[in-house]
Design a protein around this ligand. Structure first.
Ligand code: UDP
Length: 151
């Protein structure tokens, strides 16, 4: 079982889409093991988006990520990093495929509804950045073997 870090961005929170995204996560059979609301600041965003700090859009990106509280989630499932990235869609909402979160709910390349870790290694680092160990409540639903049965 893998874990991933998801952030429901201000573009999701402000537009009342928290329930919609969580609904999709649960209907898919992905397990939520951590969930909390946070107000992000520049310090944590400089760490989280370290690969983007030198890009011209970084100040705007920070402002858009601090525009309201966000909801941080830890998700668990088989190959959940790849599965949830597929559900998220391409970075730019105008290019993201219909059926994906970004493809269905946004028209922006920046205010694009969700963040999702892009590798299992980064997921570990990102979960530790946003959650204390005791805030991740690892558990296994009873019908998991049915939910995850292979051919
Ligand atoms: N972003 C932006 N302009 C760009 C590229 C990215 O504002 O030209 C923002 C956007 O919100 C994106 C985030 O920076 O989700 C992180 O970018 P990354 O390339 O890591 O894409 P992601 O993994 O979120 O699809």
């Amino acid at each position: 079982m893998e874990q991933t870090l998801v952030i429901l961005k201000p573009s999701c929170v402000e537009r009342g889409l928290i329930g919609e995204v969580i609904n999709r996560i649960q209907r898919k059979g992905i397990i939520i093991t951590g969930m909390k609301m946070m107000q992000l600041d520049e310090k944590i965003l400089r760490e989280h988006y370290a690969h983007l700090v030198d890009r011209p859009f970084f100040p705007e990106l920070c402002a858009s990520m601090m525009a309201s509280p966000v909801v941080c989630l830890v998700l668990k499932g088989i190959n959940v990093v790849e599965v949830f990235r597929a559900m998220t869609g391409a970075t730019n909402g105008r290019k993201a495929a219909p059926g994906t979160l970004r493809g269905d709910f946004c028209m922006s390349g920046q205010a694009n509804i969700v963040h999702a870790s892009d590798s299992p290694e980064n997921a570990k680092v990102e979960i530790a950045r946003f959650f204390k160990p005791e805030e991740v409540l690892d558990y296994t639903p009873r019908d998991l073997s049915f939910l995850y049965a292979d051919d």
